[in-house]
Write a protein that binds this ligand. Structure first.
Ligand code: FE2
Ligand code: FE2
Length: 196
């Protein structure tokens, strides 16, 4: 199928817009976390924002690659999230957005791309979809930990808490209020939020 006439062109443009907005919203969220003293959380969210910009770049470049000089403005009509709330509400809300992207929107776009004969675009949507699933889990864990007050407390005996500023490791049931070495606040300590 001719790329200019394809649904895939529009889907790539929609996805580019969505990833840019998500990247921006995560920057705002990272600022909110930082202002509330959750430095390590803020860093995790900044990494998510960075990932979204990397996805945006791939979608943008794909449009140029397939459309060449023929692509100028692309009209898209789609809904984008504009909800605001507390830190915890926003984490939960964004986890839901990630779930929508990874479980429904990107798999659908991947199928359409393959139907239209753009196999590599299908693969791109599939790969991004997998990352969005890990984003969903990370945001869910952050929201849960914040809610249950478990960000700096171990629920299973002693644990290693690491100060992200100076690297000091404290073994205990909770992170200290301030780091004994660099004197930074508790918000600099991290527990591992990597996916399991
Ligand atoms: Fe993304
Ligand atoms: Fe994401």
């Amino acid at each position: 199928m001719d790329f200019q006439m394809s649904k895939t062109k529009e889907n790539l443009a929609r996805s580019f817009a969505a990833e840019c907005q998500e990247g921006a919203r995560y920057q705002f969220l990272a600022q909110m976390a930082q202002q509330e003293g959750y430095q390590y959380m803020s860093m995790i969210i900044r990494t998510l924002a960075h990932n979204e910009m990397a996805h945006a770049k791939q979608f943008f470049q794909k449009i140029g690659e397939l459309g060449g000089q023929n692509v100028q403005n692309i009209d898209i009509s789609a809904g984008y999230p504009y909800k605001t709330g507390t830190l915890q509400e926003t984490l939960t809300f964004e986890a839901h957005n990630e779930q929508m992207s990874s479980d429904s929107i990107y798999p659908k776009f991947a199928d359409i791309a393959r139907d239209e004969g753009f196999k590599e675009v299908g693969e791109l949507f599939d790969m991004v979809s997998k990352v969005e699933k890990t984003h969903q889990r990370t945001l869910e864990k952050l929201a849960e930990s914040l809610k249950s007050n478990a960000l700096y407390k171990s629920n299973s005996g002693e644990q290693a808490f690491k100060c992200d500023e100076c690297g000091t490791i404290i073994l205990g049931k909770s992170a200290p209020k301030t780091c004994p070495l660099c004197k930074m606040g508790q918000g600099y300590f991290r527990i591992d939020f990597s996916i399991n």
